[in-house]
Design a protein around this ligand. Structure first.
Ligand code: 7TS
Length: 409
């Protein structure tokens, strides 16, 4: 069993936040899809940066600056290897998934899309993989199309295939749905997009905490994710893009760091990846993201995958014991994320009652209002597990739900 045992105990020791009590109960943290918790190794990396070598990067000749630059670029290489990118300069540090999608929409889309071109997304996307494309459509006259999702929360592949055509310029798809946990067959979907002559972007925000990701195997043109959802800090994330697209795109923001020379008449842009990293970046965040990658590697992606499967099965079975509980999203391929409704009780009421028992879940539409509309609901309760959650966490969730059901009647 991967959800019990000494390896699990050691992992849990690395997450000091899990040791605390809320309202007199030991904390059970099941809101990992919103943000994951952080291992002490990450905090140590941040402490080390600010205590020993805090300085600005890339332009300093002095010792501290060179050390910071080295660590920051080391982190870029760690991310490169973690997601199987061909080059380190294909890793662009950004604020997070949201910024990465906006960057592609503006720096690629605005330059290359024209009136009548189609952008294809799916019905299970997070708002941050919908709204930037709507903005782009308005700016360029391109048309946004949406591939349907079935009642299990899976993208309808035949319909997706049929919607791809000559006019499709770009598809953008979630790797893993934040609201339902569905895992999309992204490799196949990217392949189909390429067959139609379109580029493919993957929103990987929910993938990295659950799955090994290989961007070259998937053959994604763009792949976006957030550090804070994979044990890293907030305020740092990654846009991976194939070198040829980064070369072809115009910069997203202008300023320092992204130039090679500036005169009032003409500015020459810096090479990759600096072209897309204007201004002083989140240096501590980048270095800490490198530490998070080290931590995930040390924990082992094989362990993480196996743990996720076991958690999905164990918690999934136990949830069936709660009378009146209905799971929303039953995709065949799924990560350990459970969206559910408890009888006809409002998710917010259930969430508050769970919180009072020390169990942190998310309630609401999870930034997926169109998807909720599809299921004719306003929102759900969502319990999302990570590799540091154990069987006891699932048991506590069930007990708290049973108590909430009894109170709500
Ligand atoms: N895409 C997906 C699939 C997400 O789950 C999220 C955040 C984002 C994009 C945006 O990421 P950000 O780091 O730029 O904000 N999802 C959630 C969630 O499910 N609950 O809170 C945030």
């Amino acid at each position: 069993m991967h959800i019990e045992g000494s390896h699990m105990d050691r992992i849990r020791q690395d997450f000091p936040i899990l040791k605390q009590k809320v309202y007199g109960h030991e904390l059970v943290y099941l809101d990992n899809a919103a943000t994951s918790q952080k291992p002490r190794q990450l905090m140590a990396a941040i402490d080390d940066f600010y205590s020993r070598y805090n300085s600005n990067i890339h332009r300093g000749v002095h010792y501290l600056s060179r050390q910071a630059t080295e660590k920051y670029e080391e982190a870029r290489a760690k991310v490169q290897h973690f997601i199987g990118a061909e080059h380190a300069h294909e890793i662009n540090f950004v604020r997070g998934t949201t910024e990465a999608v906006n960057l592609v929409a503006q720096a690629y889309g605005r330059k290359f899309l024209k009136r009548g071109d189609e952008i294809l997304i799916t019905a299970l996307e997070h708002h941050s993989n919908i709204v930037p494309w709507q903005m782009l459509a308005e700016q360029t006259g391109a048309v946004l199309k949406v591939a349907p999702v079935n009642s299990r929360g899976e993208v309808e592949l035949p319909a997706y295939r049929d919607m791809l055509g000559e006019k499709t310029a770009l598809v953008s798809l979630a790797h893993v749905s934040n609201a339902l946990g569905s895992i999309n067959p992204v490799k196949e979907m990217v392949h189909l997009a390429h067959d139609a002559g379109a580029l493919a972007m993957i929103d990987g925000a929910q993938a990295l905490l659950h799955l090994p990701v290989d961007v070259q195997d998937i053959d994604a043109d763009f792949y976006a994710f957030s550090g804070h959802k994979m044990c890293g800090p907030t305020g740092i994330g990654v846009l991976y893009a194939k070198e040829k697209w980064l070369e072809a795109m115009d910069p997203y923001m202008g300023g320092g760091e992204m130039i090679s020379s500036v005169t009032f008449e003409k500015t020459r842009y810096a090479g990759l990846p600096y072209k897309f990293e204007a201004g002083t970046p989140n240096i501590a965040g980048g270095i800490a993201l490198g530490a998070a990658v080290d931590y995930l590697n040390k924990t082992g992606m094989d362990f993480i995958v196996q743990h996720d499967r076991e958690m999905l099965e164990y918690a999934g079975n136990r949830l069936k014991e709660v009378p009146g509980l209905r799971i929303i999203g039953q995709s065949k391929e799924k990560s350990a994320v459970f969206s559910f409704l408890l009888a006809d009780h409002h998710p917010f009421d259930v969430g508050v009652l769970l919180d009072q028992q020390g169990v942190a879940i998310r309630t609401g539409h999870h930034c997926c209002q169109p998807l909720m509309e599809l299921f004719c609901i306003e929102g759900t309760c969502r319990a999302s597990f990570a590799f540091y959650n154990n069987r006891e966490d699932a048991d506590r969730l069930i007990a708290a739900l049973q108590r909430a059901a009894a109170i709500l009647g």
